[in-house]
Design a protein around this ligand. Structure first.
Ligand code: N01
Length: 509
């Protein structure tokens, strides 16, 4: 069926559709408007903008990148309360930016995309929505983020559990933990933030740790009234502050390539753990055995002291089985539980990475199949065989050392340049050449081999089961900005608006 034949009253036709209303989708919408493109629609699955910062509202949720860096370069906020802001403050920043740029009128909320299909005859994409409607567009931007689908480990017997199960990304604020026995599984970035809060509420909290994270102290300074006034009165000062934060974060890229340098910091951090945790055996269990930086380095001042509380215990045995009202560990011990909190992260299986719906491109291209072994894109933004489809925070654009918003802004600039060039040429679509994409990814994987992520002796969501890292950008962020500054015409096949058979043949498809 062609796109034309599918059009019905519930069909909306736009030049650009954006999927996801987090930082990425919002940035895309703002920059489209600035480029004079108002013919777009932002589709958001939830009932508000914010993406991660709308969904992840667990107690203690906060960002581990400094607020003046974790915000748009073009929308500085002089009023950040602290060096690192909490979820609510970030969410209200996102809402403020949405209002200021009038993006709400372009947004359809509760609009879950369930499929995206390219019609090469019409040179149009059709996005299917859960409510049965469709959006037909020339371009679309997948901005739903890589950490999108919560991971629920398939523990034996979990379906028999009679208590409450809460995932960190789907917190139930109506559930009262007071007087409850809580077992929390996972010790990643999310868990170390909610654990200190749950410990204060629950009668007893058992923290189940498979691999301890490296945690460094958090510089929690509040900005004084004078600082905020200065930032407001003299925006150049705020920009200088941001630049200083950017450069100090950027310097952290060096140990990524020199794991031996990262190791130099480990004795001090081990001493920090022993100093903070009174029980020697617990402190020993909290010390990682892999190189600092191999997994995401976390920041916290209140995680380690939580283990000094009488109502908190640490378990390092694996989960063997879950029963109606308890958890059984691999050493046979059993812990009663009223509530199970899963800080077990997100599914990063390449078949559903960035999306949990079917995407079909040019004939023979289905993203679930093309990404069966590994999620691959060109500059994390375009994928060969999927013309006029762009991704934000796509494969190998994640960071271990600086703000992802810097990467998003670079990608958005690139997408706008691609759309503008296509319009100038009067072409129907652009499609990154397969050999360009292959060469790019081969080189990237080569460069990743020397990094702490591959050689640090750990596994993390950065890696697939075969150890291949398809999540992170292994260079300075300004190098990514330089690479994405402009679209190199030679990297792409450009398809004329009318599709003569000869032109198709010349594309080799
Ligand atoms: O998820 P994770 P997350 N049995 O995948 C454990 C961003 N973020 O939601 O390490 C037992 O990091 C797993 O153990 P192991 C940030 O990019 C940022 O915490 O695999 N345990 C691990 O401890 C971050 O990297 C912020 O051995 C199991 C934990 O669950 C990303 O989101 C805040 C298990 C999962 O940790 C993800 O963080 C929050 C099993 N079957 C998130 N399965 C900030 O900016 C998994 N685990 C602060």
């Amino acid at each position: 069926m062609t796109s034309q034949a599918r059009i019905n009253v519930q069909t909306r036709r736009v030049k650009v559709a954006i999927v996801g209303g987090g930082f990425g989708g919002l940035c895309m919408a703002i920059k489209l408007r600035e480029a004079g493109i108002d013919d777009f629609l932002l589709l958001e699955k939830g009932d508000d903008v914010g993406g991660t910062w709308n969904h992840n509202s667990y107690p203690g949720a906060a960002c581990d990148v400094q607020s003046h860096m974790y915000s748009f370069s073009f929308e500085g906020n002089p009023d950040w309360s602290h060096r690192y802001s909490g979820q609510q403050e970030i969410h209200s920043y996102i809402n403020g930016v949405t209002e200021k740029h009038g993006i709400r009128q372009f947004t359809r909320f509760n609009a879950e995309v369930t499929g995206a299909h390219f019609d090469d005859k019409a040179a149009l994409w059709t996005l299917d929505l859960a409510d049965g409607s469709q959006v037909i567009c020339q371009h679309w931007v997948l901005a739903s983020g890589p950490l999108h689908v919560p991971s629920f480990p398939n523990f034996k017997g979990i379906d028999k559990f009679q208590g409450k199960i809460i995932h960190s990304a789907q917190w139930d604020h109506g559930y009262d933990m007071a007087g409850k026995k809580v077992v929390s599984i996972g010790t990643g970035a999310s868990a170390i933030q909610y654990v200190p809060h749950v410990a204060k509420e629950a009668e007893h909290l058992t923290v189940v740790q498979r691999t301890p994270p490296w945690i460094i102290p958090r510089d929690e300074r509040a900005y004084s009234g004078l600082s905020k006034w200065m930032f407001r009165r003299f925006p150049a000062l705020r920009k200088l502050h941001r630049l200083r934060l950017y450069l100090s974060n950027e310097a952290r890229v060096v140990p990524i390539f020199k794991p031996r340098l990262a190791k130099l910091a480990e004795p001090a951090l081990k001493a920090f753990i022993r100093y903070q945790v009174k029980d020697k055996e617990t402190a020993r269990k909290l010390i990682p055995s892999y190189t600092l930086g191999c997994k995401r380095i976390l920041i916290s001042n209140n995680y380690y002291p939580t283990f000094n509380r009488d109502n908190v215990s640490l378990v390092t045995e694996g989960v063997k089985e879950i029963r109606e009202n308890s958890i059984v560990f691999s050493d046979g011990t059993e812990q009663q539980a009223d509530c199970l909190v899963l800080g077990t992260g997100f599914i990063v299986d390449p078949r559903i990475y960035m999306k949990d719906f079917e995407i079909t491109g040019l004939p023979g291209h289905r993203l679930q199949d093309d990404w069966k072994d590994a999620a691959e894109a060109y500059l994390g933004t375009t994928v060969s065989g999927y013309p006029n489809m762009f991704q934000l925070v796509g494969p190998n654009t994640g960071l271990g050392h600086n703000s992802i918003i810097f990467m998003i802004e670079s990608q958005v600039r690139y997408v706008i340049d691609a759309i503008s060039k296509l319009d100038q040429r009067g072409d129907a679509w652009l499609d990154v050449k397969q050999d360009v994409q292959n060469r790019y990814n081969d080189k990237l994987q080569e460069e990743l081999k020397g990094t702490v992520w591959q050689n640090g002796g750990c596994m993390s969501w950065y890696q697939q089961a075969d150890g291949r890292n398809t999540a992170l950008w292994p260079h300075a962020t300004f190098q990514f900005m330089a690479r994405t500054w402009r679209v190199n015409m030679k990297d792409y096949d450009w398809q004329p608006a009318v599709v003569p058979a000869t032109a198709k043949a010349s594309l080799g498809r």
